[in-house]
Write a protein that binds this ligand. Sequence first.
Ligand SMILES: [Zn+2]
Length: 339
Amino acid sequence: MAGAFFRENDIRSGDFGKFIDACRVKDIKRFFLDSKGRPLKKYFSCCACPGCGKKGNPLYFMKEKFIFRLCKKCGTLYISPRPKLKRLSDYYADAESIRIFTREVLEKTAAVRKEKIFLPRAERLCRYLKNFKAGKQLLVEIGGGNGIFLELLKERKLGFGEYLNIEPSGEGARLSRARGIKTLNCLAEETRGLQADCICAFELIEHLFDPLAFCRQVRSLLKPGGVFILTTPNINGFDLLLLGKDSYNISGPNHLNYFNPESMAILLKRSGFKVVALETPGVLDVDIVYNRVKGGYKLNDRFVLSLLNKGDSLRDKLQLFLQDNLLSSNMLVVARKSC
Ligand SMILES: [Zn+2]
């Protein structure tokens, strides 16, 4: 019997994950390493914990030449030294792994992503905006890509006067405009003079060079009392804790920051926000670990292994338990601009 949740293979295949990883390793060599495979120092800079600002956290592990640190104070996992902004944007503009992922994964699973990811997200967003009585003039999505999510929101007739996508990639901005979504083709950091009632940023903050500066910029683009809604991985969630550095999600330089519910609240407070709701609505944790084990991954946890092998129904119950207890690896945060 099929389970209650959609599955990892609906939106990407595990084998393809391996292939993309191999492409990314080639890209890392091309963009960030010297001929002997050592990181080119001129492209990197050190940073403090992106969650709480603590300096001097020790090395936690290395992966693909990137140094991951775990903050002793707030538990954020982060890459430092990390690629400088200019080199990072060159990488995003030109890396083969990014191109293949966009073409072969995002585009080919667009329909199922719209139904299984964007639609539930839109419903959640509507609920929160109603609960928190957000204003209704301007809703902005930062990094809204091809504009599918805003298109869905418009179709739901939420009553917003205007919807705006701020999308740095030329291709994303073009597709977004073609859907009839008003779009600025630039970075959020370059945007001035907006007074939004709500700003959304989905699966974005983990990619950013400077999350604190970004959150402060979001704050400056919101009206007093405006709502900021974001999603990002939760490093204290099920599959990320079980698979650790072996998770495909642990992938520099794409992901630089891995927060948890506590460190997210700290970061948002430092940026002038108050967290008003936080949940982990992820649906893939159990399936991700299950697929890895089926593919030969050696998981050293006999209890979890026995749970995974008890069938779809129990795996779905476990996923529900993770959702209900802030233990999924995907979190959604709603914050209000403090006055
Ligand atoms: Zn910290």
